[in-house]
Ligand binder design. Structure first.
Ligand SMILES: *Cc1c(COP(=O)(O)O)cnc(C)c1O
Length: 418
């Protein structure tokens, strides 16, 4: 399920040549395939068909409003972590009744905004947050539907920086305190406990951690029902892993085969907060080689994209597949570091990569950058952010234009008396 493929040595996105888009748009740019993006959503949706479920796309993975609109058309909900993401989700046309609000630092303003819009529920991460939601809801004369984010103390076997369900993590409420917290919630006049939430990590490459944690969660759901609480939703979080280089992640069907039997007896609607598996392999970052540079130790490709455009390598030592946009089978293979122009040693897109030799001016594609790519980008080193382009068949849409130098200083002001 990938619409990025080589035809006669030329990389295509759906029916367009990446090099043609580069000629028109300049480099660097993010390029997304509409078909890949939507078919990933549909594959997960179908895999969980046996049980009532809602896919709440994790907006933080790629928050472009055009992509949110495509998902809204499919009936997707949204998993948000801020007021800004709520704004985006609503602008994209996502039904507020299918929006869940996670994150451990919600402000009173964000809570009020979400209650006003009538979201499906808050995923509550602490006792104080529960009290604040109650207070805000009471003032507005509303009932706030909540799930408690439970920390099941499960090792998701992923990169430590993206594991979130371990005992020492800042996220959620420990499982052994959850019952007490639900009892408190039940007594609060403007809180209505309706679900249980977990999110154990990201880029999870086996279904075992989900099975282990969801057994605990299903037990908790039963205990809560015995206490007379109307628990209607079990939110399994996100984290379904994808292939970046040689990983072998379970398919949506394989994840579902492990998870569905645990949830099917619960009588609850499953919520899935999937980000990476929908967006990750639906995008590439296209960049141009500015210089070939050789030292005694290393061979570098200095490219026009940098860590401000794609943070994952610097942030998580993420390993992305990198390949020339025009691929000559006869080319000699070389080992290179692909680095950007930024004045930081951590500014690299790939290290010790074996790729066919490329020359100054050639284009490279950094694959699997549809998730946690553009949305993490910044203007560091006063670099205008790159455009996002969405391909659908033979059509290319600019869904975010390239920033200009003027854009860089739009929000700044020189005081009059300077
Ligand atoms: C980031 C996040 C997700 C999405 O994770 P993916 O690995 O992209 O699927 C889901 N839920 C919560 C609470 C998150 O923080």
């Amino acid at each position: 399920m990938n619409d990025f493929e080589y035809r006669n040595g030329e990389l295509y996105c759906e029916d367009l040549r990446v090099s043609d888009i580069a000629d028109k748009m300049g480099t660097p740019f993010y390029l997304y395939s509409r078909h890949t993006f939507i078919s990933h959503y549909q594959a997960i949706d179908q895999a969980f068909n046996e049980i009532p479920h809602i896919i709440c796309y994790s907006v933080k993975a790629n928050s472009n409003v055009a992509l949110l609109k495509l998902l809204a058309n499919e009936g997707s909900g949204a998993d948000i972590v801020s007021g800004g993401e709520l704004y985006r989700a609503l602008k994209g046309g996502i039904d507020p009744g299918r929006i869940v609000f996670a994150g451990l630092g919600k402000t009173a303003e964000e809570i009020e905004y979400a209650l006003k819009e009538g979201i499906l529920m808050f995923n509550v991460e602490s006792s104080q947050e529960m009290l604040l939601i109650n207070e805000v809801a009471e003032k507005m004369g509303k009932q706030a539907p909540v799930a408690i984010r439970v920390n099941p103390d499960i090792d998701p076997k992923t990169h430590p920086n993206i594991a979130t369900g371990l005992k020492e993590s800042k996220f959620g409420i420990p499982l052994n305190q959850a019952m007490a917290e639900y009892e408190v919630a039940k007594r609060l006049s403007s809180i209505k406990p309706v679900g249980i939430h977990q999110h154990i990590g990201s880029q999870i490459l086996e279904s075992g951690p989900f099975e282990a944690s969801l057994r605990k969660i299903a037990n908790l759901a039963n205990s809560l029902k015995v206490l007379g609480m109307d628990i209607q939703y079990i939110n399994i979080g996100g984290g379904f892993g994808i292939q970046y280089t040689d990983e072998q992640p379970p398919t949506p069907e394989q994840f579902a085969a492990a998870i569905v039997p645990i949830l099917s007896g619960s009588g609850c609607t499953a919520i899935l907060e999937i980000g990476r598996m929908i967006a990750g392999n639906a995008g590439i970052l296209a960049t141009k080689v500015l210089y070939n540079k050789k030292t005694e130790e290393k061979e570098f490709l200095v490219v026009d994209a940098a860590m401000n455009d794609l943070m994952r390598p610097a942030l998580y030592q993420a390993d992305h597949h990198v390949a020339p946009v025009k691929s000559l089978e006869t080319a000699r293979e070389v080992v290179v570091d692909v680095v950007g122009p930024i004045c930081e040693s951590t500014d690299f897109l790939a290290r010790d990569k074996v790729i066919p030799e490329v020359a100054q001016g050639d284009l490279l594609a950094v694959f699997s950058t549809g998730a946690y790519g553009f949305c993490m980008s910044s203007n560091y080193n006063s670099r205008p952010r790159v455009p996002e382009i969405l391909v659908s068949g033979k059509k290319a849409y600019v869904i975010r234009r390239r920033e200009t130098y003027d854009d860089l200083i739009t929000w700044e002001a020189i005081p009059r008396d300077f």
